[in-house]
Design a protein around this ligand. Structure first.
Ligand SMILES: Nc1ncnc2c1ncn2[C@@H]1O[C@H](COP(=O)(O)OP(=O)(O)O)[C@@H](O)[C@H]1O
Ligand SMILES: [Mg+2]
Length: 406
């Protein structure tokens, strides 16, 4: 027989705890490994005990329901929170689910539903756990929450044309920053109509930026807690990068406004040390909002006349909108393609120097992308990976120097 499911009960009333204990004691596949009357007591137990399922009441004396759920699910990801509630309020339940709850049970709790729910969520947690252990990259532990003394750095990758390698660069920078610095890192897929970061990182769109926009519209910017927003960002299993995914349907992209993005730029730098953004290639106020939030704006181009013409035009539009194009650093992708346009020509076209170069890495780059694994992880020796490591080193060094001189 498998090990019994390990259960923690966090409920204010001792009577209810006793009732749950009695019910579960009849089932040999269930083991209660801890009980707590407050959210913080429960969190302490969590630090020392392996747990599959937390039965968590949403009316604890020391913490509001969704906040408590969030605390449990982010601190220890290999567990399922089942909310015990008396509320039938759908907004409340939705917030609980967004904060990471797997399921909920309404009080008074029906015994059969209780047992079935525990089995279902615990099974799922266990199979996810073993999957994750198989996929773990050495040297990347779970995301450690640490106090952020400084605001995170916002790195925007933008391009004036599709297919130039924008998403490839954004994803690998995010993953690389996380792996090299072990600092908290977010990736925001703001290429709202073509967002493919989720696909390329093999992340299920449990939540997307559309959920953020809905919450913003429903309850207003001021009520949106940073931690709640983090709950809307699924994590990349192998590295722990948190990703704010783009809308799952392109037609929903229009519902994301520059106000939404502005609010994200207030919240994300408070939560993460690094924020990488896959920028849209449209000429609108959203793109400008994103670029204005950037500490570092990387324009990626390839040596092709069409791409360069677009990039030139893009820079001119930005300029006209009041953005200083000298803040932009140019990344020349596929710089070694023999196509008759030299890096010097590129610099002349753009009237900007090239700061970074990435060679063509052959079909393996796309092959790894197709498998949902960033090339930096799948093929660290590939020339593209090596070039990206070089870019990462400079970005990290620059930040360290800034911090030293601050
Ligand atoms: N330097 C490179 N070497 C090899 N393949 C690359 C390189 N840069 C990008 N690619 C591939 O080109 C395709 C387009 O890149 P992508 O990042 O999706 O472009 P964009 O986001 O600008 O539309 C992808 O299949 C990607 O894997
Ligand atoms: Mg793209």
């Amino acid at each position: 027989m498998n090990d019994p499911y390990r259960i923690l009960i966090v409920e204010r009333l001792p009577e209810i705890r006793a009732l749950l204990t009695t019910t579960l004691s009849f089932h040999h596949d269930m083991q209660i490994v801890g009980q707590a009357g407050t959210a913080s007591e429960g969190l302490e137990i969590l630090q020392t005990t392996e747990i599959d399922v937390v039965l968590l009441a949403d009316d604890l004396p020391d913490m509001e329901g969704p906040k408590a759920i969030w605390q449990y699910t982010t601190r220890e990801r290999d567990l399922a929170v089942v909310v015990l509630t008396t509320a039938f309020d759908t907004w409340h339940l939705r917030r609980c689910m967004m904060a990471g709850a797997r399921s909920y049970l309404t009080k008074p709790i029906d015994n059969t539903t209780l047992v079935e729910t525990i089995r279902e969520v615990a099974e799922r947690v266990r199979s996810e756990r073993s999957e994750r252990r198989k996929k773990m990259v050495p040297g990347t532990g779970p995301l450690v929450m640490r106090p952020i003394t400084q605001k995170g750095k916002v790195i925007v990758v933008f391009g004036a044309k599709g297919g130039v390698g924008k998403t490839m660069l954004a994803i690998n920078l995010a993953v690389g920053l996380r792996m090299s610095t072990k600092s908290s890192t977010a990736l925001l897929d703001a290429d709202l109509s073509f967002g493919d970061c989720g696909l390329l990182l093999d992340i299920k769109p449990t939540h997307t930026i559309s959920d953020f926009a809905d919450a913003y519209n429903d309850i207003g910017a001021d009520a949106l807690e940073a931690e709640f927003v983090k709950g809307l960002m699924p994590r990349h299993e192998q590295t722990g990068v948190r990703v704010m995914l783009g809308p799952t349907r392109p037609e929903h992209s229009e519902l994301i406004t520059s106000e939404h993005l502005q609010q994200l730029f207030v919240l994300l730098p408070r939560l993460f040390d690094w924020i990488v953004i896959n920028c849209p290639q449209s000429y609108d106020d959203r793109t400008l909002t994103i670029l204005e939030a950037a500490d570092l704006a990387l324009l990626i181009v390839v040596p092709e006349i069409g791409a360069l013409k677009n990039a030139r035009h893009f820079l001119a539009v930005l300029n006209a909108l009041g953005y200083d194009e000298r803040q932009v650093k140019v990344v020349l992708n596929r710089h070694n393609s023999r196509v008759g346009i030299s890096p010097k020509d590129v610099e002349q076209w753009l009237s900007l120097p090239i700061t970074y170069r990435i060679p063509s890495g052959g079909p393996t780059v796309t092959a790894s992308a197709n498998r949902g694994i960033p090339v930096l992880i799948a093929e660290p020796r590939n020339r593209v990976s090596q070039a990206i490591l070089g870019i990462l080193r400079t970005i990290i060094e620059e930040r360290e120097n800034e911090e030293l001189s601050a």
